[in-house]
Design a protein around this ligand. Structure first.
Ligand code: ASP
Length: 430
């Protein structure tokens, strides 16, 4: 018999799965025993604590890991080539995901069976929440098309670091510092490089410490979600076809599109890929936030997929903020669903407009729960569908957010694998 000392520690994905399973069981028991208030007051906060810890480490992680990653490249041309490829593939996967969503929503046509009575009921129920989302989206609509570029360049790095919504600003700052380290003679940057490398290792260790708390965190998150969703259960039936359309689309992207892409471009075996990335997927599902999942996404890529630090530190933080295949697919399906429910027939060219605006909207969506819905307002407006229609899909947004976030991080990791394959000669796994 193996002694206790020699026993291997439980793998992270098992720990998370057990926490999730127990959370679901707890949630169901809490519903049966009317313990909703107890759950909200004493269980849910542990979920928030876990998400806060993950977000806490996200900015320092981006900063130190990107600087070390870029300065390790030691060559500007490698960086620019990698940058171009990364953006090119991100845009390609986003457009493909939206197209899959549009095909599914046109085939299944979930909006056709949606009754007027349900429409009026949902509009009345979610009026307030919709107004909030419309107000949030307004600031994006009233700005210059190039404002997103201006927003990426910070004028004060301390201010940027103080808000997790400013991740792209931090990425920008880290990239130029990394480039500067490459350009300054190595003798002068010895101490600086050693400091950043050392700090990077310290941050990675901090993530390991935080992940010790993962089973409790996901237990609390899942338990609280089940309790919170209770009131909405009856509403789900009216939205069954719509939810099914989004889910089928997401499943095709995850289990057909990415595996095909990986097989064609990198020869990676799909099963090995999914096994390696499962901790990040489970965490994305539990937290509904690509940003909070980023530390684990990076760990899965470097430790399990053996992607080099140079590639993962560059591709993944950018992916978490700009590449959201699940979100863009959902925005396309939701836009057509709402249009049909309102009796609006979208033409082919309007559906092409959806491809364009959903691509931009998913880039603009923050990597936090519910952000995709705010940007959906812009997609709806672009094709003349009233954004009041958000009310129709509100009830089921949280569970779909969990699923689309899982696909968002899966897409980032698939692209990181592809970039690693293209750069296998120029980067090493450090
Ligand atoms: N929750 C998603 C993410 O963090 C964004 C969204 O679709 O709302 O990736």
């Amino acid at each position: 018999m193996k002694s206790v000392k020699n026993r291997k520690p439980l793998a992270l994905h098992w720990k998370i799965l057990i926490g999730m399973g127990l959370g679901i069981i707890y949630g169901i028991i809490a519903l049966q025993t009317d313990s909703g208030a107890f759950t909200t007051n004493y269980i849910k906060p542990f979920g928030h604590i876990f998400i806060n810890m993950l977000k806490l480490i996200a900015m320092p992680l981006i900063f130190f890991s990107l600087i070390t990653g870029i300065s390790n490249l030691k060559d500007m041309t490698k960086l620019s080539k990698m940058g171009l490829k990364t953006f090119g593939i991100y845009i390609f996967t986003t457009i493909a995901a939206i197209s899959i969503g549009l095909v599914m929503v046109n085939i299944i046509a979930p909006g056709e069976g949606f009754s007027d009575a349900d429409q009026q009921k949902f509009s009345a129920m979610f009026n307030e929440q919709v107004q909030q989302r419309q107000a949030d989206a307004e600031k994006f609509e009233n700005q210059s098309p190039l404002q997103f570029l201006v927003d990426i360049i910070p004028d004060n790095i301390v201010a940027s670091a103080s808000d997790n919504g400013n991740m792209l600003q931090m990425i920008f700052f880290a990239v130029i510092l990394g480039i500067a380290i490459i350009l300054v003679p190595a003798v002068e940057t010895k101490v600086v490089s050693a400091f950043f490398n050392g700090m990077n290792s310290v941050i990675l260790k901090t993530i390991d410490i935080i992940m010790e708390f993962a089973p409790i965190g996901v237990f609390a998150l899942l338990g609280a979600i089940i309790v919170d969703l209770k009131g909405d259960m009856v509403l789900f039936t009216a939205l069954g076809w719509y939810a099914l359309t989004v889910i089928v689309g997401l499943v095709i992207v995850a289990f057909v599109f990415y595996p095909l892409l990986l097989q064609l471009l990198t020869k990676t075996k799909p099963l090995a890929f999914f096994k390696a990335i499962s901790p990040a997927q489970l965490l994305a599902f539990s937290t509904s936030s690509s940003a909070a999942t980023l530390p684990v996404t990076m760990e899965c890529c470097e430790k399990n997929l053996k992607i080099s630090h140079e590639v993962s530190s560059f591709v993944l933080p950018i992916g978490a903020t700009v590449n959201m295949d699940g979100t863009s697919l959902y925005q396309a399906v939701a836009a057509v669903f709402i249009a049909t429910a309102f009796g609006i027939d979208l033409t082919f060219s309007q559906q092409l407009t959806i491809i364009l605006t959903a691509t931009l909207a998913s880039i603009g969506s923050a990597a936090v729960p519910g952000a995709g819905m705010v940007m959906l307002v812009i997609v709806l407006n672009s094709v003349g569908v009233p954004s009041e229609g958000l009310a129709l899909i509100f009830a089921i947004d949280r569970p779909l957010d969990m699923l689309r976030t899982t696909i968002n991080v899966t897409g980032d990791m698939a692209v990181a694998s592809i970039i690693q394959h293209f750069n296998r000669d120029v980067t090493s796994n450090v």
